[in-house]
Design a protein around this ligand. Structure first.
Ligand code: A3P
Length: 336
């Protein structure tokens, strides 16, 4: 671990709201804005809400990213379990290069976010040109961008998309807690649950509205099942082996009988489990290259924590919205 990874976090790049180009500032001045989850404001760009620097990153990757046929992109709405899926995907697709039983596996010394970078946040945000030849093959990247706003080359190539969805109640609680922790780290006031719940219900979630984000990928996964695999956090919790094998098959790297006999599937699941990752030194004391403490990404890692926070009124309000938004889609959420 380098010195900068162990020192106390610098203010996260997320919060450097003025650190965008003049063109981006001009654009922001024309966009609808609302009180921010993390920083002062979120802006509505192409129908979704995001922070200034991330909008700059989205525009850059829409212009520049040339998806290759064997790229794999993990897509999530923030706080859906991105960290977990990044770890699972990394260990799955790189298992020949980095056998999971080896003591020096990259996941044991690096946070999953440093192994699987976010397209609009890590790779394109500051006008840099990423050198994909330095990536292990297949190239594994992540994004939070809604389906309709993905770079065109993603849709025009055979790039595979893995979408991870989590129930909206736990996603909301996780987002509220996470963003408040970032605010505290930067000596800002925290946001109340009432205010942010109202935001969430009105669709002002990060990269939201939540329902539009989920439905965009859900529909695509039905119409184009070779291209988009739709996974659910709760299903992976319940049947981890089945879901990991499903993922391996979708990515054309199924487990062999020998691997199953050698318990490779179990070992990947163990290495990527909440309990294991959370307690690694890098995730207890390390910081991401974006300046955020790794421990922020490991809170409870459970299904149903929302019950500790929701009032009856909150439950009713969200139920009503979910019924309306997901009616007829065939998508059902699990809450416990
Ligand atoms: P909670 O806040 O409910 O605990 P993201 O990675 O998209 O930012 O989502 C973070 C959420 O995933 C947090 O949820 C976090 O605790 C949980 N998480 C992180 N690592 C996990 C793992 N290995 N297994 C299950 N959940 C995990």
């Amino acid at each position: 671990m380098t010195k900068s990874q162990t020192s106390s976090p610098t203010p996260h790049k997320y919060l450097q709201e003025d650190d965008v180009s003049e063109d981006c500032k001009k654009l922001l001045s024309t966009l609808p804005k609302e009180r921010g989850w993390v920083g002062s404001y979120v802006y509505n760009y192409q129908g979704f809400w995001a922070l200034p620097r991330l909008i700059q990153g989205v525009i850059a990757c829409q212009r520049q990213y040339q998806a290759q046929d064997n790229d794999i992109i993990l897509v999530t709405a923030p706080k859906s379990g991105t960290t977990w899926l990044k770890a699972l995907l990394f260990s799955l697709v790189n298992r020949k290069k980095y056998p999971v039983f080896e003591k020096n596996h990259p996941l044991l010394v690096k946070n999953p976010h440093d192994l699987v970078p976010l397209l609009e946040q890590d790779l394109y945000v500051d006008g840099q040109v990423p050198d994909f030849s330095l990536f292990t093959s297949p190239t594994l990247i992540a994004t939070h961008v809604p389906f309709a706003s993905l770079p065109k080359s993603v849709q025009n190539s055979r790039t595979k998309l893995v979408y991870l969805c989590r129930n909206p109640r736990d996603t909301f609680i996780s987002m509220w807690q996470f963003t408040n922790n970032l605010r505290l780290d930067s000596h800002r006031d925290t946001n109340s649950i009432e205010e942010m719940f109202d935001h969430f219900c009105k669709g002002v979630g990060l990269y939201g509205p939540f329902w539009d984000h989920v439905l965009g990928y859900w529909k695509e996964s039905i119409e184009n099942s070779d291209k988009v695999l739709f996974l659910m956090y709760e299903e992976i919790k319940k049947q981890p082996k089945i879901q990991l094998k499903r993922l391996a098959e979708f990515l054309d790297c199924p487990f062999s009988i020998e691997e199953e006999d050698c318990r490779v599937v179990d070992e990947i699941l163990r290495m990527c489990s909440f309990g294991n990752l959370r307690n690694l030194e890098v995730n207890v004391n390390g910081n991401m290259s974006a300046g955020m403490a790794n421990k922020n990404f490991f809170r409870r890692g459970e299904v149903g924590d929302w019950k500790n926070y929701f009032t009856v009124e909150m439950n009713d309000r969200l139920n009503h919205i979910i019924e309306q938004k997901f009616h007829g889609s065939g998508l059902k959420f699990v809450y416990i």
